[in-house]
Ligand binder design. Structure first.
Ligand code: SF4
Length: 220
């Protein structure tokens, strides 16, 4: 199978978040996606069930926020494409919920799984770019939130979008959109969830490593 090179770099927000949080280390995966279209490996993830649960959660929260007096937009209504200062790179994402009441603006993502630091990175990126991609929100303060199906809600204050966060975002974004391939870090832990097959990544690790049966040591 042959990968088709994209004309210009394209970066989906969730290709950055686990790299930014340190949950994943294989930057090559995101770099490859940013620069190529390719045939993805099939996944046994139950997308139908996830979509149904996630959609229910989003609609429930949208109704709650509307009952509190907010104007609410969900899912595809919120999709954005932001061109970088290089004029060619596109950053795209889709916050689950954007709620507005007067000067109060909330961007919220709904999650059906366990809380992860990358969830917070995702909402922080939305908070960072929202006033750029929605000119009608310019000048307003953006609040963030993660609403979990089975865990307590996490609220993210506007000042969490600080220079440290922006620095991490810019460093990872520059690497992923750049012309030089990023470091490849093959490991079973990451490769088992990666949809890039061996046609494109010969170093892919599909077997769980076995413990080394060393016998001649007294370390422990
Ligand atoms: S298969 Fe593994 S090494 Fe290859 S891009 Fe994916 S995560 Fe990286």
């Amino acid at each position: 199978m042959t990968a088709i090179e994209r004309d210009t770099p394209f970066v989906w927000v969730t290709w950055l978040t686990k790299l930014m949080s340190g949950e994943d280390n294989c930057r090559w995966s995101s770099w490859f996606k940013a620069h190529h279209k390719y045939d993805k490996l099939p996944s046994d993830f139950d997308l139908t069930q996830w979509t149904a649960e996630h959609s229910q959660l989003v609609h429930r929260r949208a109704n709650e926020l509307e009952s509190e007096g907010c104007g609410v937009r969900i899912e595809d209504e919120n999709q954005f494409y932001l061109t970088g200062r290089d004029g060619i790179t596109t950053l795209s994402g889709k916050p689950d919920i954007v709620a507005v009441r007067g000067d109060y603006v909330l961007v919220e993502d709904c999650k059906t799984g366990k809380p992860r630091n990358s969830d917070q990175m995702q909402v922080l990126i939305y908070m960072l770019v929202l006033t750029l991609v929605k000119p009608e929100l310019a000048g307003k303060t953006i609040h963030g939130s993660l609403f979990y199906k089975d865990y307590p809600q996490i609220e993210i204050e506007p000042d969490a979008v600080n220079s440290d966060f922006i620095g991490v975002f810019q460093e990872v974004m520059e690497a992923v959109k750049g012309g030089d391939p990023c470091r490849k870090v093959p490991s079973y832990r990451e490769c088992q969830f990666c949809d890039i097959g061996t046609d494109y990544c010969a170093e892919r690790v599909d077997e769980e490593p076995l413990a080394v049966a060393a016998t001649e040591h007294d370390l422990f």
